[in-house]
Design a protein around this ligand. Structure first.
Ligand code: FES
Ligand code: FE2
Length: 399
């Protein structure tokens, strides 16, 4: 059995991390007067758009615990009402402001639903999933990879850039969120992608794997002076040896080029950034958002720098014709297959003491240690939380 004491909090974080920002919806999924219920890290959350602003409240009536989003009921503009007995909550602060079936009830004004901070940027709605007593949230930027200086020779766009266009989908995966992070960031997992159409048509000499060499392969990153929040694979430096072929196993290189500057970094709570991928000048961002302890919502986003309308139209076409079918569905389907295949072994944390890691797994361990030391809280629902009963279909932004 392995000694997991160096990352025990991570082993206990089956339900995800608390007090972090998560993407919740694409903006277009929440129209004017829209109301959507979802679950992040075991926390039921209701999102309601009012006058352009998105409000987030705990989606669990204080009265008998039902989800308000099961039958959205908004009787006034600035409140949401529970469909069961009419407990009515103010969107602004969650306070119980009326009870339809008990108008003078002394309970009114004394209790309420927890609210959550919301930020909407470049077509994504982010929610800060915090404990009730956490206090002021850090800025969204603290939970995303840092912006890269545009003069950097390997600059590629970021989901928060002013002129970025972010296109992608979200789909539900039947595996724990940690298996998503560890798969996306694993320098040894490239092996599973070697025969995909995306790799073949680009003529990439995609290595079988990237072997970390020495300690410089592991870099902990910070972006706000508040301790490290991410780890990065410095591919393309001396820190990694690409493994291009394996004679004994009959594995040969596929092509003669790799995308330059395609570093990968993994950022708390669950964001993967792949710079200059699937093509130089683009970036892929992924999120592995915990729903419960056995499923996560997989966000697959491709980001382009589009200062003009013509740039936007071109990127939309490329996304529709190339990147979505070949990258998001072709290339990334291999990752989903791997995560769901790992899930039974790791269920309830059982795989952590039983796994047998090799040299390429040093980054996985570095990520586990980082999360263990620097997370802002481990989600502990405290009582059984039913899985979200209705898995969402894949969503993609309206073109
Ligand atoms: S359960 Fe919500 S009002 Fe009764
Ligand atoms: Fe992958």
């Amino acid at each position: 059995m392995n000694d997991t004491s160096a990352y025990q909090p991570y082993v206990e974080a089956s339900w995800g991390l608390m007090n972090h920002w998560y993407p919740a919806l694409f903006s277009h999924e929440l129209g004017d007067d829209g109301l959507v219920g979802l679950q992040i890290a075991g926390v039921p959350i209701l999102l309601r758009r009012l006058g352009g602003n998105v409000h987030a409240l705990r989606d669990e009536c204080v009265h008998r615990g039902v989800k308000l989003s099961l039958q959205p009921t908004c009787l006034t503009a600035d409140t949401v009402t529970c469909w069961y007995h009419g407990f009515t909550y103010r969107l602004a602060d969650g306070q119980l402001s009326a009870i339809a079936v008990s108008p003078e009830d002394p309970l009114i004004g004394t209790v309420g639903l927890q609210t959550y901070p919301v930020v909407e940027r470049n077509g994504l709605v982010y929610v800060f999933v915090g404990d009730a007593d956490y206090g002021a949230p850090p800025p969204l930027e603290a939970d995303l990879p840092p912006l890269v200086d545009r003069s950097h020779r390997h600059w590629s766009p970021h989901v928060l850039d002013d002129d970025a266009v972010v296109l992608g989908i979200r789909r539900r995966v039947q595996s724990n969120w940690r298996l998503g992070c560890e798969n996306g960031f694993d320098p040894g997992h490239i092996f599973i992608h070697r025969n995909t159409t995306l790799v073949r048509v680009q003529g990439w000499n995609l290595p079988l794997g990237m072997r970390p060499v020495g300690q410089t392969a592991v870099s902990w990153l910070e972006n706000d002076g508040d301790g490290p929040h991410g780890v990065r694979n410095e591919f393309g430096t001396d820190a990694y040896l690409p493994v291009n072929e394996h004679e004994e196993l009959g594995l040969e290189p596929l092509g003669d080029g790799v995308p330059a500057g395609s570093r990968t970094s993994m950022w708390m709570p669950c964001c993967l950034q792949v710079e200059n991928f699937p093509q130089r000048g683009l970036a892929q961002f992924e999120f592995y958002v915990p729903v419960d302890d056995q499923t996560h919502d997989y966000w697959e986003l491709i980001v382009a720098h589009c200062p003009t309308d013509a740039d936007r139209a071109r990127f939309q076409r490329d996304y529709d014709d190339i990147w979505e079918p070949l990258g998001i569905y072709g290339f990334n389907d291999c990752d989903i297959f791997a995560r769901e295949a790992m899930e039974p072994f790791y269920r309830h944390g059982g795989g952590f003491p039983a796994e047998v890691l090799c040299a390429t797994d040093v980054m996985t361990v570095a990520w586990r240690q980082l999360v263990s030391r620097h997370n802002r809280g481990v989600a502990r629902p405290g009582r059984p939380v039913a899985p979200d009963p209705v898995p969402p279909p894949s969503y993609r932004p309206a073109s």
